[in-house]
Design a protein around this ligand. Structure first.
Ligand code: PEP
Ligand code: MN
Length: 363
């Protein structure tokens, strides 16, 4: 089912004056008035116009720093008045929305734990009805594109038309270097469904460590996405939340200057940008294919072990015929030819038998 969204182009929000990437930056959490002002000043000095800071923090464990709450909104107001920046924060309840409106916050975002919750999304959407507040929606923690779209729809139905998304990666039980799995495939899918929607990437929560921020930001740019939300703190090592993943304002400036942003002014460059983006998508998909292949072989090895323990032969032709038939059928429904499916599945099966044999022969 296609869901239409009625969105005002980001160029009309009056927020972002820099060329791509549009950048939102600021600390994970507002901690003290000094920390907020010093960080904001450091960012404003090199042209960042949109400041973020968490006021209410969703923490995994109780007893961690759960945000400064309403007093922090006054500090954001100061950033706005003294430095001329637009300010934004995360909202998770109706009360948060009402407080933000009261203090003149310019934009809000919905966190990953909240966008996964339709009840909260409806409550927030209702609270935003009749306001002109721009809203950015982070992907839900779980890789569910419909849940993400559902959250956008609820806001849009409540009249929020300055609407955008932030991709911050998905929770995964697989061990990965990153804090959250980039799952670029879903991001690309959302982008192609709503090409007009401003699309930010949050490399900070995706990477979980500053050492990954550059490569993830470059990847976001190579995929043609519009902007970045990056956590920046005047003294990252002492941050009360997410200390490992924050950059100093100067570190962020260096990162932004290092990004290769493809020009798209001439016809020729249009073509080049298109092909680079498509190749970046192919690279991601190939990485996914390799990962799936590796996981499949891991399972084959376990099956080999199981058969060995129970003295069962490796090849059961009926099982194989059924599997091939089902996969070919499924492939057809995706518009894939029987030939390609059979060729790939036969290659995978050969390797799977080889892997199981290895297990059998090992003493
Ligand atoms: C944040 O932006 O500080 C935050 C809590 O992010 P997320 O919802 O992506 O975990
Ligand atoms: Mn954070």
């Amino acid at each position: 089912m296609a869901h239409e969204l009625d969105i005002i182009p980001v160029t009309e929000w009056g927020f972002f004056t820099l060329p791509r990437p549009m950048c939102i930056a600021g600390p994970c959490s507002a901690e003290t008035e000094e920390q907020v002002m010093e960080t904001a000043k450091g960012l404003a000095d090199f042209g960042i116009h949109v400041f973020r800071a968490g006021i209410w923090k969703p923490r995994t464990h109780p007893g961690c720093f759960e945000g400064i709450g309403v007093p922090g909104l006054k500090w954001l107001k100061r950033v706005k008045e003294e430095l001329g920046m637009k300010v934004c924060t995360e909202v998770a309840t109706e009360k948060h929305v009402l407080e933000c409106i009261k203090y003149g916050i310019d934009m809000v975002w919905i966190g990953a734990r909240t966008s996964a919750n339709p009840f909260l999304m409806q409550e927030i959407a209702d609270a935003l009805e009749g306001t002109d507040l721009p809203v950015l929606v982070k992907n839900p923690v779980n890789p569910d594109i419909d849940l993400w779209i559902g959250a956008l729809e609820r806001l849009n139905r409540a009249g929020v038309r300055k609407l955008g998304v932030i991709h911050r990666g998905f929770s995964t039980s697989e061990p990965t270097a990153y804090r959250n799995d980039p799952g670029w495939r879903l991001a690309i899918e959302l982008r192609s469904r709503y090409p007009e929607m401003p699309f930010f990437v949050d490399p900070s929560h995706m990477g979980g460590d500053r050492k990954y921020l550059q490569e993830l930001s470059q990847r976001a740019m190579d995929l043609g996405l519009d902007g970045l939300m990056v956590e920046s703190h005047c003294n990252p090592a002492c941050a009360l939340s997410d200390a490992k993943q924050q950059l100093t304002p100067q570190g962020l400036q260096t990162l932004l200057e290092s990004l290769v942003i493809r020009d798209n002014t001439s016809d020729n460059m249009d073509y080049k940008e298109g092909i680079d983006q498509l190749r970046a998508q192919i690279d991601v998909l190939d990485e996914n294919l390799l990962w799936l292949l590796k996981s499949r072989m891991d399972v084959s090895r376990k099956i080999g072990q199981n058969k060995k323990e129970h003295n069962v032969a490796i090849l059961q032709m009926t099982r194989w015929d059924e599997l091939m038939g089902a996969v070919v059928e499924k492939g057809r429904s995706y518009g894939l030819s029987d030939t390609i499916i059979r060729a790939i599945m036969n290659a995978i099966h050969d390797e799977s038998v080889r892997v199981q044999n290895e297990v059998l022969e090992k003493e």
